[in-house]
Design a protein around this ligand. Sequence first.
Ligand SMILES: *[C@@H]1O[C@H](CO)[C@@H](O)[C@H](O)[C@H]1NC(C)=O
Length: 221
Amino acid sequence: MAVRYVIALSVLMMLLNCDYCSTYKPNITAAGGKGPCVVDACMTEIAKIMQNVIGRDISTFIRRIGYVESQFGAHGNTYRENYHGGIWQLDEDGFLETQAIGSHSYLQGKLDFIKTTLGIDWLKVTWQDMRKPLYSAIASLLYLGNISPIIPPDSDINGQAQYWKDHYNTQSGEGTVQHFTDNVQLLEGPNGPKCHIRRKSGIRTRRRSHARRQNDFFFSL
Ligand SMILES: *[C@@H]1O[C@H](CO)[C@@H](O)[C@H](O)[C@H]1NC(C)=O
């Protein structure tokens, strides 16, 4: 009995310490996060404010920007010293626009909505906070919400690339339209990064929900 107990306890300890467990529910308010599971968790959160901030669902465009800008934070330069744009790599000027309630008529209402929905007082946020994935995602959404031209549809990747170059990366950025379209192809191709839920082999029960609970979790880039 005692031996079994010790084994069970060791297994439990291993599970609690395993590398991939921390990505199961990624902490998207911790600075320095990266990877598709982190981005997916951010997308789930910003979905709650998307309609209010943008008026429609632009989650595909936001995902694309996150990958084009920093490979979902996995690019080695993402969290470089003295640059705090985070996964969505919004420059300080761009970030300050997300707080410029005097220059954008609907912005105050959006920030009020963010406060009640996500509990974040955006006017107290600093550019340094963009190292936290959720904050970087919200900033990119607010930034795009301040711009009047309509974002091209997801099917028009070249159009979105041009829009990104004109309004997001801008002339001061080094990105090119080609860089955007190439990265979107990688992102959405068969080997693109996905937050996988891997079913353990051998577990095949008719009760799907039961099998689900035994899933492993990992991500690949
Ligand atoms: C996420 O990380 C932040 C910063 O490290 C920490 O303050 C917070 O408690 C963490 N949240 C959870 C749910 O672990």
